[in-house]
Design a binder for this molecule. Structure first.
Ligand SMILES: NC(=O)c1ccc[n+]([C@@H]2O[C@H](COP(=O)([O-])OP(=O)(O)OC[C@H]3O[C@@H](n4cnc5c(N)ncnc54)[C@H](OP(=O)(O)O)[C@@H]3O)[C@@H](O)[C@H]2O)c1
Length: 292
């Protein structure tokens, strides 16, 4: 018997994935494994060979005409051109969907007689074999029928659905970038800070990554405020002042601004005196006092 969350095969329309790269490959593999009829459209012979090597089926012209939903998994700048090209090849009423977090539905061209949508997994996919289950996906579409299909797809992939209003897409995507790429940038600042203490970059990263993982586990278990540790959570303004003085100016400024955010989280739990002392230390770039 099929699992309870699994819809019958007839509710999985023929799917065309354009672009056999990281995300296209990962979606094609996971959806094929959940019995979606998936074909992968690749521009080159090498791409088609890659599709076959993954155990996937390259799309024929007939597959393109018969697809009911086409997921564009090509680089963001290529989306408008690819959408225009496929508009002339896809069957009547087939949906066009892009996977770019940063782009609105306008990237798919002027509204025409086909449903348009966006399906953006909040997952850093660096290889087609990467697992998608357990992440979230941001959906956007004005078509109720397409929304139902995309929700079914998300359900089959084990993705939690976020519905993102088109007007707020940039804010949504900026948040996603802050939580992934900007964490990497932040770790590079932390590695540089350890460098001031004579620790090599590779040794520093090896030491810091488990620390970051333990902070993430803390947030998973106890939420943002409950997962916060360090001198701000302890209300220790003297330590914060010493940190600011010890860091190179650009990293000190980063530390100061992030510590202001941390103070918002920790503030309600701190004694008034500690909160005021920390706020004064973190008030402005000029508040960073260097030793004489
Ligand atoms: N990777 C991620 O973590 C991730 C996460 C969420 C969303 N996304 C989104 O998913 C989309 C694809 O990203 P990706 O990381 O999978 O990219 P990718 O690994 O670079 O793959 C893109 C694929 O598109 C095809 N392609 C390359 N240049 C093209 C062009 N100029 N015109 C048409 N097709 C071209 C190629 O496939 P063929 O050689 O087979 O044609 C290439 O393998 C983007 O919109 C991205 O924002 C990615």
């Amino acid at each position: 018997m099929a699992p309870r969350s699994s819809p019958p095969p007839s509710r999985r329309p023929p799917l065309l994935i354009a672009g056999a790269g990281r995300l296209g490959g990962a979606l094609a593999l996971s959806l094929s494994a959940r019995r979606w009829p998936v074909r992968v459209l690749s521009r080159t012979e090498a791409g088609r060979a890659r599709v076959k090597a993954l155990g996937l089926k390259p799309a024929t012209d007939k597959d393109v005409r018969q697809a009911r939903v086409c997921l564009l998994c090509v680089p963001d700048p290529a989306i408008p051109g690819m959408a225009q090209e496929l508009d002339g090849q896809l069957g009547r009423g087939a949906a066009l969907v892009h996977c770019a977090g940063a782009l609105s539905l306008d990237a798919l061209g002027a509204p025409r007689a086909r449903p348009l949508g966006s399906f953006h997994p909040l997952c850093a996919v660096s290889d087609p074999r990467d697992a998608l289950a357990g992440h979230s996906v941001a959906l956007s579409t004005r078509s109720r029928t397409l929304k139902a299909v995309l929700r079914r797809m998300a359900d089959d992939l084990g993705l939690h659905v976020l519905e993102v209003p088109e007007s707020q897409r940039a804010a949504y995507h900026a948040g996603a970038v802050l939580s992934a790429g900007c964490v990497v940038a932040l770790l590079s600042a932390a590695v540089e800070a350890l460098g001031c203490a004579g620790i090599s970059p590779s040794e520093a990263l090896t030491a810091l990554l488990p620390l970051t993982r333990s902070a993430v586990r803390g947030m998973e278990a106890r939420g943002l405020a409950g997962g916060l540790t360090g001198p701000i959570a302890r209300g220790d303004a003297e330590i914060v002042a010493r940190h600011l003085a010890a860091l190179p100016p650009d990293i000190a400024e980063l530390y100061r601004q992030l510590s202001q955010r941390a103070l918002v989280l920790a503030g309600p739990r701190l004694p008034e005196e500690a909160r005021t002392a920390l706020a004064a230390r973190l008030a402005s770039p000029g508040s960073v006092k260097r030793p004489a």
